[in-house]
Design a protein around this ligand. Structure first.
Ligand code: XMP
Length: 318
């Protein structure tokens, strides 16, 4: 019978046998899967696990600093790398969604490769791959693995890709990963986090990306997500976020005419992200959130709520 306890015991033993005294590098994303994989590996091999957490400049507001602190508090051997500028430079002028994903994937590979090179004699790459990812990469939906593939065909393998791969969560579903994480003593707030796409806010800014647009969207997103938490709605929603539209519209402030940005809010219920329904958030919440956003975020004068289901819409707008 599968229990999280037995899974942890058996996996730790297997990992110790398999890895011995070898060094392992792992990229942390702030999400549930990579965090659980890291804690599991850390339990098995301790300081021989080298974690790298890259700030691509497209994370939520304050997320890099706060998540990095959490990882350090968990005893992980983690290096935070702020590569925001490199990613923003790589994205400059790009407005096509797939080109954005490719630019981000390539920048990530470069940064990660540089960092992995600084660890002497590392021989393994650990990944937080879970069972649904295994299925998805077969269908090549343009996720991170597909990005890595297209990069290979162009430029040859980056060095870290020559490492042996270890994927301790490969047979688990998301709810099992959460249970394993709880057994490992990981903070429930971290385990309960909504999914967040690898390309981050880049695919929630329609059109080209600038530092200023990222800043605006981070402010809007923080008001929305913190509001969901304050109203006890966060855990009732599978995923939520804000989208910055490439549209200005006319408004008034005092006696002045404004011509500013419009943002869309999106909150969905889902079990696996393959299908999704928009969430019927309380009007009072939407009203308060809209007022807060328009009053507090300079440059935004209109808020809309996305009431589209998947299919035919997708969760992300890009
Ligand atoms: P869509 O927009 O396809 O999203 O309905 C389904 C789920 O996948 C996430 N998503 C991504 N995750 N890299 C990722 O790591 C990506 O390029 C990507 N695109 C979408 C999305 O946030 C949702 O949870």
């Amino acid at each position: 019978d599968w229990t999280p306890q037995s899974f942890v015991e058996e996996t730790v033993e297997d990992l110790q046998k398999k890895l011995g005294n070898d060094k392992v590098v792992l990229g942390l994303s702030g999400g549930v899967d990579s965090s659980v994989a890291a804690v599991l590996l850390h339990k098995a091999i301790g300081k021989n696990l080298y974690c790298i957490f890259v700030n691509n400049g497209l994370l939520r507001k304050n997320e890099f600093e706060s998540v990095l602190k959490q990882y350090e508090g968990m005893g992980l051997n983690v290096k935070g790398v702020d590569a925001s500028k490199r990613f923003l430079d790589a994205l400059a002028g790009i407005d096509d969604p797939e080109k954005k994903r490719k630019a981000i994937g390539n920048a990530f590979i470069e940064v990660f490769d540089d960092e992995a090179h600084q660890i002497d004699n590392v021989t393994w790459l650990a990944q937080g791959t879970i069972y649904p990812d295994v299925i998805e990469s077969v269908s090549a939906t343009g996720g991170p693995s597909a990005t890595i593939k297209s990069h290979h065909n162009v430029g040859g393998l980056p060095d870290f890709m020559k490492l042996k791969i270890v994927e301790p969560l490969k047979a688990l579903f998301k709810d099992e990963v959460r249970r394993v994480g709880a057994t490992l003593g990981i903070n429930p707030l971290l385990l309960g986090r909504h999914p967040f796409p690898g390309p981050g806010l880049a695919i929630r800014i329609l059109g080209d990306i600038t530092a200023e647009k990222v800043r605006i969207l981070q402010e809007v997103d923080a008001i929305f997500i913190n509001g969901l938490r304050e109203w006890g709605l966060y855990d009732k929603v599978w995923q939520a976020g804000a989208i910055l539209l490439p549209v200005n519209s006319v408004g008034v402030m005092g006696d002045e005419r404004t011509y500013e940005k419009c943002v869309a809010l999106r909150a969905v219920e889902s079990t696996d992200g393959m299908t999704a329904d928009w969430v019927n958030l309380p009007y009072e919440f939407l009203q308060k959130t809209s007022n807060d956003i328009i009053n507090k975020v300079k440059g935004v004068n209109r808020v809309v709520y996305d009431i589209s289901s998947k299919p035919p819409a997708t969760i992300e707008w890009e």
